[in-house]
Design a protein around this ligand. Structure first.
Ligand code: GUN
Ligand code: ZN
Length: 430
């Protein structure tokens, strides 16, 4: 079925960079997005495209702003239970808050309810794709894949691998982690819009035998993702250096076990050397920029300019529950501030890029999502700049100005509807 959506429309064709290069995006003040089933059919000015579709098939969203579905490149669904927990930095925060919360996901029923709540919250925030950590329990990943399939979402997820320096209830072992991951890959990877990520939590929580088993999976299933954490916190990095004295760097540990490759995705990457960035770029790996988490856990400031200089693909991410919001708008606002502290400008067009096409490139999914190129999957967000009195009052004169206001002071209230694979989900109807 063909349907048109008439609104202001913005999407990226490339990275607009620090100077908001206008050839890298398209915007239509009075635009029309034509969707055929679950795919984008056409995009352009309403006046030029309206004859391609009957008037009764056009949804009039004038006054609103359509952007591509937002992509969260790194988030932990079981940690919604402990978002905004007071007062610790990474390693203590894991022990005091994250690990106890994750223990509850041994229960399949608990995991199912949590997965449904989590995905409905993503959609309410305009997020249509995410790369998600489950827990060590196989049932937690199964629950998430089932809930994503029921919603038609494109999602990458995996069961966590961890077999040392964690509570006994959360430990697998090299062999069972391998077997469970393999079963999940065979069941879910490539089914519907789902993809599997081999998910060693971080170097500190896996034995060398487990990292070796993860690398074996990565070689056996080369189009799966590898999803882990890298160089987030100074104490973590010192502990990695003690645990793997033979490695020249934190990234070198992952590289040694075959975990640095195309479709490897590393969250944080705050404290890297130039050689690490060069190795990431060389292997075609990508990085998730998690600004609210990096501020909340006091981890450090992400250097986007250095990543860009080294040609490392970067996508934006919430990292809930280290991150403080599932809203990609709020995440863009935090990114602006993190970069401002380093004298790096972040125009709205580039922030949107990092949460749409840039994120799709980082996930190696830009052939099917990230912008409104005809033929791509029809994931989009309808933003309402008038949703709160202050944003209505502060309404911009241009689409870019409006987007900037929304990324600085907007949130889920400004998401009027989200379309997943062509299906429009209005606020409150999920
Ligand atoms: N490093 C290892 N595990 C985690 C986690 O759950 N959250 C964050 N932010 N960093 C981690
Ligand atoms: Zn994380």
């Amino acid at each position: 079925m063909r349907r048109g959506y008439r609104a202001s429309i913005f999407h990226c064709l490339d990275d607009p960079g620090e100077r908001a290069d206008a050839s890298a995006f398209e915007q239509f003040d009075d635009g029309l997005l034509i969707v055929d089933g679950d795919r984008i059919a056409a995009i352009g000015d309403y006046s030029l495209l309206s004859e391609q579709i009957g008037e009764s098939d056009v949804v009039d969203l004038r006054g609103r702003l359509i952007v591509p579905g937002l992509i969260d490149c790194h988030v932990h669904f079981p940690q919604l239970d402990i978002i905004a927990s007071y007062g610790e930095r990474l390693l203590d925060w894991l022990e005091r808050y994250a690990y106890p919360a994750e223990m509850r996901f041994a229960d399949a029923d608990y995991a199912r309810r949590a997965a449904e709540f989590f995905l409905d919250e993503l959609i309410a925030n305009g997020t249509t794709t995410a790369a998600v950590f489950a827990t060590v329990h196989k049932v937690s990943a199964t629950a998430l894949f089932e809930a994503a399939a029921a919603r038609g979402m494109r999602l990458i997820a995996g069961k966590v691998l961890m077999d040392r320096d964690c509570p006994e209830e959360l430990a697998d072992d090299a062999e069972s982690g391998y077997a469970d991951s393999r079963e999940l890959i065979e069941t879910w990877h490539g089914r519907d819009r789902l993809g599997y990520a081999i998910t060693p939590r971080f170097a500190l929580s896996s034995s060398e035998a487990q990292l070796e088993a993860a690398g074996r999976l990565a070689a056996e299933f080369p189009d799966t993702w590898v999803h882990t954490h890298l160089a987030e916190n100074h104490d973590e990095i010192e502990a990695v250096n003690r645990q793997f004295p033979w490695s020249e760097s934190y990234l070198g540990v992952y590289a040694r076990f075959g975990l640095l490759r195309r479709r490897s995705l590393f969250a944080h990457c705050l404290h890297l050397e130039d050689a690490d960035r060069a190795a990431l770029a060389d292997k075609g790996a990508a990085v998730a920029f998690c600004p609210t988490s990096n501020l909340f856990l006091g981890s450090g400031l992400f250097d986007l300019a250095a990543m860009h200089e080294a040609s490392v693909p970067v996508g934006m991410a919430t990292d809930v529950g280290g991150g403080t919001s599932l809203s990609m708008l709020k995440t863009m606002g935090a990114a602006y501030k993190v970069l401002a502290l380093q004298r790096q400008p972040l125009p709205a067009s580039r922030a949107i890029y990092l949460a749409t096409l840039g994120a799709a490139r980082a996930l190696d999914l830009d052939d099917c999502i990230g912008n409104f190129e005809p033929g791509k999957e029809a994931d989009f967000v309808v933003l309402d700049p008038d949703a709160t009195p202050i944003t209505a009052h502060r309404r911009g004169a241009s689409i870019e100005e409006t987007l900037f206001t929304l990324m600085m002071i907007g949130d889920d209230r400004h998401v009027a509807a989200t379309a997943v694979a062509g299906k429009l989900i209005e606020k409150g109807s999920a």
